[in-house]
Design a protein around this ligand. Structure first.
Ligand SMILES: [Zn+2]
Length: 183
């Protein structure tokens, strides 16, 4: 099943997946539904839900500009020792994590095992364990201590931002395909 179809399962998006009479969601529909969004969100929708790998480079490029802009607007850059270059690298990882939605290796993302007991490895949310802070710090090019002090909260804020993209895109697609209101 594609990421897109998974996304439209009732469990994740609160949408009954109606079969019969409703066309399945295609990349063209994703593109058409999302064309009015910002370039960043549009590209995110194409890469994540229309599996358009050719747009990935542009998405990362646009995302780096957006992260740097966010750092200025939110005044992150005014913190002592804060590096724009490091938050931009952290933004790459936050974006990648949001794009791939890694599933728990124990239950395959179901959150339960065949015996219907909740999966202990993921606590039932079906997601893979987050990347450890040490690894995030290394990738961003800072020490673990610096990561904890200056970057981990921004990293989380970026992931929340991308989760907001998911919601916005889902609304647009539901509206365009199923005629639901955009509210
Ligand atoms: Zn699990």
């Amino acid at each position: 099943m594609s990421e897109l179809l998974k996304f439209f399962q009732p469990r994740s998006a609160g949408l009954e997946f109606i079969v019969g009479g409703i066309p399945s969601v295609t990349p063209e529909m994703v593109a058409a539904a999302c064309h009015g969004l910002t370039r960043q969100v549009y590209l995110y929708a194409l890469v994540k839900f229309a599996l358009d790998g050719r747009s990935a480079n542009e998405l990362y490029r646009v995302n780096r500009d957006a992260v740097a802009h966010m750092a200025r607007v939110k005044r992150w850059a005014e913190q002592e020792g804060f590096s724009l270059e490091c938050i931009v690298r952290a933004g790459d990882i936050a974006l990648r994590e949001s794009l791939v939605c890694r599933h728990c290796g124990h239950c395959g993302g179901a959150g339960v095992h065949n015996n219907q007991r909740q999966c202990k490895a993921c606590g039932g949310n079906g997601r893979a364990k987050p990347v450890p802070n040490d690894a995030l710090a290394r990738y961003a090019g800072v020490t673990s201590k610096q990561w904890g002090m200056l970057y981990s909260d921004k990293f989380e804020a970026l992931k929340v931002e991308y989760a907001g993209f998911d919601d916005l895109i889902a609304r647009k697609i539901r509206k365009s395909i199923f005629g639901e209101s955009d509210g």
